[in-house]
Design a binder for this molecule. Sequence first.
Ligand code: ATP
Ligand code: FE
Length: 352
Amino acid sequence: LTFLGLESSCDDTAAAVIRHRKGEAPEILANVVAGQEALHAAFGGVVPEIAARAHAERMDIAVEEALSASGLGLSDLDGIAVTAGPGLIGGVLAAVMCAKGLSAATGLPLVGVNHLAGHALTPRLTDGLSYPYLMLLVSGGHCQFLRVDGPESFRRLGGTIDDAPGEAFDKTAKLLGLPQPGGPNVEREAALGDPKRFVFPRPLLDRPGCDMSFSGLKTALLRARDAVIAEKGGLTVQDRRDLCAGFQLAVAAVLREKSRRALAECPDVTAFAVAGGVAANQRIRGELTALADQAGVPFVAPPLRLCTDNAAMIAWAGIERFREGHQDGLDLSARPRWPLDQNAPAMLGSGK
Ligand code: ATP
Ligand code: FE
């Protein structure tokens, strides 16, 4: 099967082509991602109106680029997959309308995909994982454990009840005067710092289950920073490094312990996979690798360009859903909210 995938639920306009022949590894024939950082930079966050307009202007260009990079035409495709939510509704609509137009014009099957399912199924695209596996999605907008039993079957074991870790990294950078995005910059400083000088709280470790909280960390960081400033009149380079190191260690420790519990809840999984921008963090990755080793399951982290928002994961999820017999009509609707696990409570603080 060969699918075109479209994605526009946040601030990336993306189109990709995936080909999968049964029994062979899937091939990414094209993976076009047009980011919008420059458009939103001046506003300190994604502005929904600006994002929606930019997606509408760029979606068909991304599709043309993806098709030309793949060397295929529309007639070579078997279907069109599109993110139908969750996300900024104006943005989601851009790809949904484009996909419907293409489907109506060509007669190709249309498959609506949950953006989070795209992330959660990525380790099957990149590493050929078999079901069931445990997934930790950890990014600027999300933090949750999912047990993945099939392309339509997800169980949420827990997640953040407030901020996502990426958000906490970004706020930490802001409080310490480091540039955005915070994650990579905090990591760089932390590598040169003493993680034991400032001890930050490890929220919810005293409670059972896999829920997490990261909003208290930034308050603790603010307090520690202000205590140093009150004492010395300012922050030295080393103070900043030590604060970053203490903060990063606290996040890593919470993720490790909660991952241990999530793995203990599903002893039958074939692997432990992580995705999302925060999975790029070497310290966090190290903790999670060590933990998976201990539990005796392989640790899998797809390459970063497939961990952050992209359309290859949407095309792949579309192929998987289509194989399960799923197809949508031209009445497919865009959904601002769409929990993966219909039985889970509303995803507090999940960002979407
Ligand atoms: P989502 O797509 O889930 O809505 P997002 O677009 O913010 O959220 P990603 O692009 O997956 O998510 O990840 C970006 C986040 O990852 C940012 O918050 C960034 O600070 C964080 N991040 C990136 N690299 C690192 C790193 N090395 N260490 C820690 N955090 C990092
Ligand atoms: Fe995403």
